[in-house]
Design a protein around this ligand. Structure first.
Ligand code: HPA
Length: 236
């Protein structure tokens, strides 16, 4: 069996799946955090691996960037491979003065300027894409346990990385913590197919201050986020 985008047999992908955008991050996570990782797909160089974490089967699948790309992988993982607990693990741009470089953020909700909500619900309903509460509460508890404080709140998943028109001031005023490009799609698909999803991020750059973290700093905070995601994945 294979889908158009994932070359795995049924059963080769675990119910618990981490979803980095960058396929090489998928490889890094598999090689550095999982026991006995095995690559199950490489179509378009979008890599996917399954191994175990503390003995529990976990997969890690690259998604590419943006809502159209992650939507393809998440749809196939849920509908063809029975994915049940999906964790986006990515980077985001800090938006809010309370958010700092290298912080770990957890998206309680994912606002979006994408047309996905409108295309599903029509113009009169503004569906709120939200995190699964069980995963969210367990991730917050695990962050505390690991002494890695995580900030929880609303983020925005945008369609354009380079967006001269976006009103960052208004988003800040309404408490949006950060900007990224995939979480809203993950939450909408999880709602559609009744599975659990959570998006976690590290702040790689800041839109207010213009700062960005070095590759080394990025790696450390990325590893902290992965630990929170994996501990939550095996518990939930
Ligand atoms: N914008 C959109 N997505 C991002 C950013 C950003 O500044 N940083 C990391 N992901």
């Amino acid at each position: 069996m294979s889908t158009p985008h994932i070359a795995a047999e049924k059963g080769e992908i675990a119910e618990r799946i981490l979803l980095p955008g960058d396929p090489l991050r998928a490889k890094f996570i598999a090689e550095n955090f999982l026991e006995n990782p095995r690559q199950y797909t490489g179509i378009r160089n979008i890599l996917g691996f399954t191994g175990t974490y503390k003995g529990v089967p976990v997969s890690v699948q690259g998604t590419g960037m943006g809502i159209p790309s992650i939507s393809i992988y998440v749809h196939e993982l849920i509908t063809k491979y029975d994915g049940k607990k999906l964790f986006r693990v990515g980077t985001c741009g800090g938006m809010h003065p309370d958010v700092h470089l290298r912080d770990v953020l957890i998206a309680q909700a994912a606002s979006t300027d994408s047309s996905i909500i409108r295309n599903i619900f029509g113009g009169s309903i503004n569906f709120a894409p939200i995190a699964d509460y069980e995963l969210l509460s367990k991730a917050v508890a695990n962050a505390k346990k690991l002494n890695l404080p995580a900030r929880v709140g609303n983020i925005i998943s945008v369609d354009r990385f380079y967006d001269e028109e976006i009103d960052n001031e208004k988003l800040r005023k309404y408490g949006i913590l950060a900007v990224e490009m995939e979480a809203a799609a993950l939450y909408v698909l999880a709602a559609q197919f009744h599975v659990q999803a959570l998006a976690l991020f590290t702040v790689s750059d800041h839109l207010l201050t213009g700062e960005s973290s070095s590759a080394e700093e990025r790696q450390t905070s990325f590893n902290d986020m992965i630990k929170i995601a994996l501990e939550t994945a095996i518990e939930a």
